[in-house]
Design a protein around this ligand. Structure first.
Ligand code: TTP
Ligand code: MG
Length: 357
């Protein structure tokens, strides 16, 4: 039997955090809006979480130091991150999307894969379904998204990014190689900066260059990843859309006003972050097993250290105790700390307890 033809959607909300803020504050519409750390007149030390498309025209991007954003666009509206609100909206969006899919997989806070193979008979029907989904999200939540449609997750994901914002890109199975060929290799999901540089040194810039390259040479240069890259360049991806826990992790991190070796301050900050994380854990009715601590030193060297507990828990005490133990190894009098963070993951959804007598 030949492999079953699939039709997969990838949905990605447009400038998610700022879109939610704009909906809440219509007076921001048309202005550059940036969500992230407090810029403090250019002296702020955290990063940009996201920004709307008006701010992107000034060169502002996610992950950029907030001080740099301030230089590029001091006139923007700067807002703190309101995770609670964004998580709530995310859940509503996911509930809308889930009902359209045979198989559903949330991916981060604002993206999802939908396998709609049994819901539509061809790409024309798929396109109509995608328009219906976009309309429902817009009518119910006032937000736009971009949807990519393809024969697998890889192609769908690249397609959703192809026309943003408010895009809809359909790539039929027979058009995959033609679609991918001119795009830069960076668009293949796991191609990071280093791989990109190495490929460039071999004369490979586009996905098409990669697809035409000798696969044995790629395997020699990159090992297993070389073979993977070659398959991806030909648009081949057999991975299934898999239902996972709605949220994969909950985290908080904070950049200190000044790099510090004051361990009491670091511990206190960690405790505060753990409390915030714990608040979200309870609100989402989750139990976690894994705790991760992140530390960035003054030279930007960044470490993470995780521990998986032997039990599921939603207790603040367990989180605090584990996080502090994990942090301990990073506290050295000769090394100042720039940032500390804590994350919980490996969730199970708890049964909502009705009445406890
Ligand atoms: P993305 O989907 O990467 O970005 P976006 O939705 O803001 O913009 P786009 O229109 O290009 O899809 O990320 C989703 C949210 O995750 C984003 O709104 C904010 C958050 N985020 C961060 O907090 N830090 C980051 O570095 C990135 C990339 C995202
Ligand atoms: Mg998005």
């Amino acid at each position: 039997m030949s492999e079953k033809k699939r039709i997969i959607f990838h949905v990605d909300m447009d400038h998610f955090f700022t879109a939610i803020e704009e909906k809440k504050h219509p007076e921001f519409k048309g202005k550059p809006v940036i969500v992230g750390a407090d810029p403090k007149g250019g002296k702020g030390r955290g990063v940009v979480s996201t920004c709307n498309y008006e701010a992107r025209k000034f060169g502002v991007r996610s992950g950029m130091p907030i001080s740099r954003a301030w230089k590029l666009c001091p006139e923007a509206v700067y807002l703190p991150v309101n995770y609670e609100l964004y998580t709530k909206v995310s859940s509503k969006i996911m509930a809308i999307l889930r009902k359209y899919a045979d198989k559903f997989e949330q991916w981060g806070i604002d993206e999802a894969f939908l396998d709609v193979s049994s819901k539509v008979k061809d790409y024309a029907e798929a396109e109509r379904l995608a328009r219906q989904i976009k309309l429902e999200i817009y009518e119910r939540e006032g937000l736009t998204c971009s949807i990519g449609i393809g024969p697998n997750k890889l192609v769908a994901k690249i397609a959703s990014d192809f026309q943003k914002p408010d895009g809809l890109t359909v790539v039929k199975a027979e058009d995959v190689e033609k679609f991918l060929s001119p795009l830069p290799v960076r668009k293949l999901l796991w191609v990071g900066r280093k791989t990109e540089q190495k490929l460039r040194a071999m004369g490979i810039r586009t996905i098409g260059d990669l697809a035409r390259f000798d696969p044995t040479v790629l395997a020699e240069a990159f090992g297993v990843m070389g073979t993977q890259l070659y398959l991806m360049a030909h648009g081949i991806d057999r991975s299934e859309v898999e239902e996972r826990g709605e949220i994969k992790s909950i985290s908080r991190e904070r950049t200190f006003e000044e790099d510090t070796a004051d361990f009491e301050l670091v511990f206190k900050t960690l405790e505060k972050l753990a409390e915030e994380v714990h608040g979200d854990v309870l609100e989402q009715n989750l139990y976690f097993k894994t705790v991760t601590v992140k530390v960035r030193y003054e030279n930007f060297e960044t470490h993470t250290h995780s521990r998986t507990l032997s039990f599921m828990t939603n207790r603040l005490d367990d989180l605090n105790k584990t996080a502090k133990e994990l942090l301990q190894v990073y506290l050295r009098p000769d090394r100042k700390i720039r940032l500390v963070g804590v994350r919980v993951s490996n969730f199970v959804h708890g049964e909502r307890q009705k009445t406890l007598v």
